[in-house]
Design a protein around this ligand. Structure first.
Ligand code: HEC
Length: 154
């Protein structure tokens, strides 16, 4: 003979309630993750763009105080080559520019700017100035003669 239990209706009801809440939570979590994964790249891209914009702003100050005297306020060239030129910007990656600015060009007027090489700048400052230089690329003029320096007026 099967044992007979008394059905505790109150207990059963509260068990059902807990199970229902549990199921609702699981469905909620299952929905939140794809939503998060869908939104997250846009958030990261936004954060990246903000970071680059803020670096470029710092880089502009660094440029005008440290580089403009030789390369021109807008990178048009002078004592040093014109960095605001399609040719330079296409030839040099940011990493190459940063390395060159860090180490300098021995035997030329282009000094070493990194603290590690006796210069005045942190890695972050050099990065900032490279990001600023990169910001010219969108409308950089075509200047195949960008390495003809010093710029003369004749
Ligand atoms: C005293 C003048 C002077 C100052 C200041 C100066 N430069 Fe230069 N820079 C030069 C000269 C000259 C060259 C070319 C060196 C060579 O190749 O003979 C050069 C080369 C460069 C190049 C390499 C271009 C190439 O040939 O690929 C970069 C990049 C550059 N400078 C960035 C900077 C930045 C950024 C600053 C400021 C932090 C700066 N320079 C400050 C004179 C200067």
């Amino acid at each position: 003979m099967a044992p007979r239990y008394e059905v505790d209706e109150e207990l059963e009801e509260s068990t059902n309630r807990v199970m229902l809440i549990g199921a609702a939570l699981m469905i909620g979590m299952a929905l939140v993750f794809p939503l998060y994964r869908w939104l997250e790249p846009a958030t990261r891209e936004e954060a990246r763009e903000e970071q680059l914009a803020s670096l470029a702003e710092k880089g502009e100050d660094i440029w005008s105080f440290n580089c403009a005297s030789c390369h021109g306020l807008n990178g048009e060239g002078g004592i040093g080559p014109a960095l605001n030129s399609k040719q330079f910007l296409q030839a040099s990656t940011d990493q190459q520019t940063e390395l060159l600015v860090a180490v300098g060009v021995p035997g030329s007027q282009m000094g070493a700017y990194s603290l590690d090489y006796g210069g005045p700048m942190t890695t972050e400052q050099i990065r900032a100035v490279a990001v600023y230089i990169r910001s010219w690329e969108a409308d950089a003029p075509d200047r195949p003669e960008w390495r003809d320096f010093p710029l003369t007026n004749d």
